[in-house]
Design a protein around this ligand. Sequence first.
Ligand SMILES: Nc1ncnc2c1ncn2[C@@H]1O[C@H](COP(=O)(O)OP(=O)(O)O)[C@@H](O)[C@H]1O
Ligand SMILES: [Mg+2]
Length: 156
Amino acid sequence: MMDSAVVDRELLSLIRGDMVACGTHREVYKFLPDTSLVIKIEREGYKFDNVTEWEIWSELCKTPYSAWLASCQTISPNGVVLIQERTSPVPEAMLPKMIPSIFRDTKEENWGLVIRNGKKLFVCHDYAHSRLLNVPKKVRLVPAKWHDPSYKGWTK
Ligand SMILES: Nc1ncnc2c1ncn2[C@@H]1O[C@H](COP(=O)(O)OP(=O)(O)O)[C@@H](O)[C@H]1O
Ligand SMILES: [Mg+2]
């Protein structure tokens, strides 16, 4: 039988494509079997952003908030690997003036565009730090701060 580390490496090479980007805690790669998805890999322990994102998506996927979130497809048993809907960069002119109140880490790089059912949607792909508790039933929009020079990308 072939060494299992070799098999794991070979399997990975069939699944993990080029790196899309690297955030503070996660590396993001193309998912070769389906390029409409990405692989998000936690770089260090104790952050659990993949797990939190998965939980948030599971909680909100059947609510109107789903139109603002990159969907999560599956997660590995320990949360190190998350498969998520792939977004494309948002042209400056398409940044919306208002976004839902539940988001906290609202830097421009945490957002992207997806096409769902033929409709272009502006979605957040880094929502591990949004407010999941007591989410208002109806989506409440607040002004986005893309061009506010005093905003450091974090809403209390
Ligand atoms: N679903 C996605 N589709 C396309 N690019 C993504 C997606 N998720 C993240 N990225 C890219 O990877 C970067 C890091 O991912 P992010 O989720 O923000 O990780 P971190 O928690 O480390 O900030 C993002 O800024 C973005 O450029
Ligand atoms: Mg990020």
